[in-house]
Design a protein around this ligand. Structure first.
Ligand code: SF4
Ligand code: SF4
Ligand code: SF4
Length: 246
């Protein structure tokens, strides 16, 4: 099954139960603010123009973050989640630059930082046949989990049956080539801080169109970064094998 999340902003009461459930299942510090995404808040609830806006990774169908990562630390699973392996991450932050939604965040305060973001509860819920913690915690059904095509049909049905309650747009259906997280809203998405100028072509396709014109830069940069990554990993391994005495 190809999983997805539909968040209907007209039903969100801003209680932050989704954000808190995300912190609990992922063992993230509750002290980190829940009104914006950060390395320690993978599910946020922003309050803007009188609307409560749940934010998380969009789990793009063809993710730019995956194609930009030189060491394949990020991966799109067949179930729809875009996951990552912190052990592979070399901290280059290419994914942060590539993501059209500004989702990946960096652990700026750590000595060996990695990227952090929502992983659609891939390991702790999806792979065990359970739904993500955030959707199961929502008391109003504002954010729901389900099969991608079924959720798209549900979203369209809500718009068709209540045209006065929604702007006629399912955000995420086409943006950046389509995502696995969709939004409905009564307020235009541009007024809520959703990127409005996104191409409908998948971003990896666009990225490679540009990169293919500068092959020397790509290959030189790639070799350099891989070298840095090798040195960092070797240092970590040496530290693990020979921990400093206290
Ligand atoms: S929203 Fe950004 S981080 Fe999430 S899958 Fe898409 S490109 Fe990757
Ligand atoms: S799907 Fe899981 S990791 Fe993603 S926001 Fe929801 S609880 Fe957090
Ligand atoms: S749990 Fe549901 S109602 Fe509460 S903030 Fe999250 S999406 Fe909104």
């Amino acid at each position: 099954m190809k999983s997805a999340i539909l968040t209907d902003l007209t039903k969100c009461i801003g209680c932050e139960a989704c954000a808190l459930a995300c912190k609990e299942i992922n063992e993230l510090p509750v002290s980190a603010p829940m009104n914006m995404l950060s390395a320690y808040t993978w599910s946020a609830v922003e309050h803007r123009n009188g609307v409560n806006i749940r934010r998380q990774c969009m789990h793009c169908e063809e993710p730019a973050c995956v194609s930009a990562c030189p060491v394949a630390a990020l991966e799109k699973t067949k179930e729809g989640a875009v996951i990552y392996d912190a052990g592979k991450c070399m901290g280059c932050r290419y994914c942060m630059v590539a993501c059209p939604f500004g989702v990946p965040k960096y652990e700026w305060d750590k000595s060996i930082p990695t990227i952090q973001k929502c992983i659609l509860c891939h390991e702790k819920a999806l792979s065990q046949g359970k739904e993500p913690a955030c959707t199961s915690a929502c008391p109003t059904g504002a954010t729901i989990f389900g099969e991608r095509a079924a959720l798209l049909r549900e979203a369209q049905k809500r718009i068709d049956e209540n045209p006065g309650s929604y702007v006629p747009h399912i955000y995420g259906m086409r943006e950046a080539g389509g995502t696995s997280v969709f939004y409905l809203s009564a307020v235009p998405f541009a007024d809520l801080g959703f990127p409005g100028n996104l191409k409908e072509d998948p971003y990896p396709k666009l990225t490679w169109k540009v990169l293919s014109k500068i092959p020397n830069i790509v290959s030189t940069g790639g070799v350099l970064l891989l070298g840095i990554w090798w040195i960092i990993n070797r240092r970590i391994k040496l530290q693990d094998e020979n921990p400093p005495s206290v």
